[in-house]
Design a protein around this ligand. Structure first.
Ligand SMILES: [Zn+2]
Length: 309
């Protein structure tokens, strides 16, 4: 049986009969292509095509490659002028394999496009893998974005938060990510220690958390805290507890989501209902407004923390 019968033709656009080169995948799929296109995107192919052709070779040379057709198809599609839509990746492992092939053939321009596609497809669900791949490829802007999304992972650095791509990156890239997560945690936790960042408006000065004539006044000797530019005031016990507990939540998971999904927030609103005054003046409404300012400030301090380069 001849070899030709085992092979199959690739899908469009790699079935063009006018081709002048064939790339044969490891699973025997023939991709029709053009030397000019491949030479433009890959210096490896360009060098290959300048080698003198053996007379015994077929008129259209066949180059066997080590990639599977499922990897070769998206890789070649990204360089093909009439391809139209970008390829999609079923899994992050497929995307990683395409990235590695692009690196191998030194397809720098395509490598950048693969980076954008990986971020678009996998950032939210696989921020750590995207971080690892970005470090490997040298996409520092994507590494920063992925590090930011990794803040949503509670307690990053604990043994339970390992990830498949971790083995591929070096210890220094791993350490940079953990340091970033930790420093964002410290910065976010510090936000609730002084509230001088609140706007000095009548709405803020009239908030129940520091204006309650019931629970807010009873405990003599409680600590005071700076509220906007108004000075150091005592706050209600339920709010004091909220600041401490939400600070701990932010230290482990320094992101907006931690405040929106906070258990301490629900506890605070429940406790506020136990005070006759806090219950009647809708303390929960004030706490909700406070949380909006709180989130904005946390976002601001985290933006100042930089992933080391
Ligand atoms: Zn009260």
């Amino acid at each position: 049986m001849s070899e030709i019968q085992k092979t199959s033709a690739a899908r469009a656009p790699f079935n063009n009969p006018d081709h002048d080169i064939v790339l044969r995948s490891v699973d025997d799929v023939d991709f029709h292509n053009f030397k000019l296109i491949l030479s433009l995107v890959s210096p490896i192919f360009k060098d290959m095509f300048t080698l003198p052709q053996n007379e015994s070779e077929p008129a259209v040379p066949i180059i066997p490659v080590t990639e599977h057709s499922t990897i070769l198809y998206p890789l070649l599609l990204l360089s093909y002028p009439t391809a139209g839509a970008d390829p999609t990746f079923d899994t992050i492992d497929d995307a990683r394999a395409v990235m590695e092939a692009a690196k191998k053939y030194e397809m720098d321009a395509i490598l950048y496009r693969i980076g954008d596609l990986i971020v678009a497809h996998f950032l939210l669900a696989h921020s750590l893998d995207v971080y690892a791949m970005s470090c490997l490829a040298g996409w520092w802007h994507h590494a920063r974005t992925a590090a930011f999304w990794s803040l949503e992972i509670e307690g990053l650095g604990r043994p339970s938060s390992g990830f498949a791509g971790m083995g591929a990156i070096n210890a220094s890239d791993c350490h940079r990510l953990l340091t970033y997560h930790y420093e964002c945690g410290i910065a976010a936790q510090a936000v609730g220690k002084t509230l001088e960042w609140l706007p000095s408006t009548p709405d803020v000065s009239g908030m129940q958390m520091w204006g309650c004539i019931g629970c807010g006044r009873v405990a003599f000797g409680r600590p005071t805290i700076q509220i906007a530019s108004f000075g150091k005031w005592t706050v209600t016990p339920w709010f004091q507890e909220y600041l401490v507990a939400s600070g701990k939540e932010l230290a482990a998971r320094p992101c907006e989501q931690a405040l929106l999904e906070s258990a301490s927030y629900n506890r605070a609103t429940a406790k506020a209902r136990e005070c006759l005054f806090c219950r009647t003046v809708m303390a929960h409404h004030h706490l909700h407004t406070f949380r909006t300012f709180y989130i904005a400030e946390v976002r601001k301090v985290i933006a100042k923390v930089k992933l080391a380069s």
